[in-house]
Ligand binder design. Structure first.
Ligand SMILES: NC(=O)c1ccc[n+]([C@@H]2O[C@H](COP(=O)([O-])OP(=O)(O)OC[C@H]3O[C@@H](n4cnc5c(N)ncnc54)[C@H](OP(=O)(O)O)[C@@H]3O)[C@@H](O)[C@H]2O)c1
Length: 236
């Protein structure tokens, strides 16, 4: 129970992988705060695990700065904020570069803002863990910007681990995880997609969350990228 009485902030914790992290940390006795944009959703989810909720939209730095003025004392921060907007999917010749650039707003620049205003205040041995995705390593046609933004997150993890030490910084790289994010895909599509993996099913939010909890618990772990992806990286 290494997380007992630790203060854990999960940004993006109102659903999916983030809620898996929040629930897992609460079960270990951590004091959990869930943050994201939708006040009603996070209030309900936080209540269900005995945690607290705080509204935050990480797409503007000022929001993040104000948030960490009002909320402090965290030991660990996990960052899973992201949505399906600005996937910038399609034929390269038709790519809207402004839309493509906006792909980086929440996942990348949001994580940078949280590092700047939040992770710099963590205690030695505390941890900041954020998220990329397996499209960094197994690109699919029509999504080079998604692959690039995911790979950028890995570089950020290494750079921040050096900058923020002895605070620890790691990145989790999920493969196909069945969450609210993929709700529109349908069972058949998820089944088809998972056939490419060694473990031929989507992962659960709890399985992905375990990687983030490991990053929090393991006090010798920093600058790492943990792939939780059913073996897609090495599958033929
Ligand atoms: N599921 C997968 O297969 C998969 C695979 C690879 C990578 N990922 C990545 O893993 C992360 C988590 O995914 P998930 O599947 O758990 O998705 P999810 O269930 O949709 O959770 C994402 C959360 O991010 C929050 N959010 C979105 N924009 C935000 C913003 N600007 N500021 C603060 N919070 C924001 C959303 O809540 P609000 O609407 O309340 O803000 C939502 O609860 C995402 O970055 C996703 O791209 C997922």
């Amino acid at each position: 129970m290494k997380l007992k009485d630790k203060k854990v902030l999960v940004i993006g914790g109102g659903s999916g992988i983030g809620f898996g992290i929040a629930k897992g940390a609460a079960e270990e006795g951590a004091k959990v705060t869930i943050a994201s944009r939708n006040a009603d959703k996070i209030a309900q989810k936080a209540k269900s695990i005995g945690g607290t909720a705080a509204v935050l939209d990480v797409s503007a730095e000022a929001n993040v700065e104000n948030f960490f003025k009002e909320h402090s004392g965290f030991d660990h921060i996990a960052f899973t904020a992201g949505d399906m907007s600005s996937l910038a999917r399609g034929v390269l010749g038709d790519l809207d570069l402004k839309l493509a650039a906006s792909r980086f707003n929440t996942r990348f620049w949001g994580a940078v803002a949280v590092a700047k205003h939040g992770a710099t205040r963590l205690p030695p041995g505390g941890s900041f863990t954020f998220t990329n995705g397996m499209l960094a390593h197994r690109p699919v046609k029509g999504m080079p910007i998604v692959s690039a933004s995911a790979m950028a997150a890995e570089g950020l993890a290494l750079g921040l681990a050096v900058d923020l030490a002895p605070v620890r910084v790691n990145c989790v790289c999920p493969g196909l995880i069945e969450t609210e994010l993929l709700a529109g895909y349908g069972d058949e599509m998820l089944k088809t997609m998972s056939q490419r993996q060694l473990i031929q099913r989507p992962g659960t939010p709890e399985e992905a969350a375990e990687a983030y909890l490991t990053c929090m618990r393991n006090t010798f772990m920093t600058g790492q990228v943990l792939r939780i992806e059913g073996g897609i990286a090495i599958a033929n």
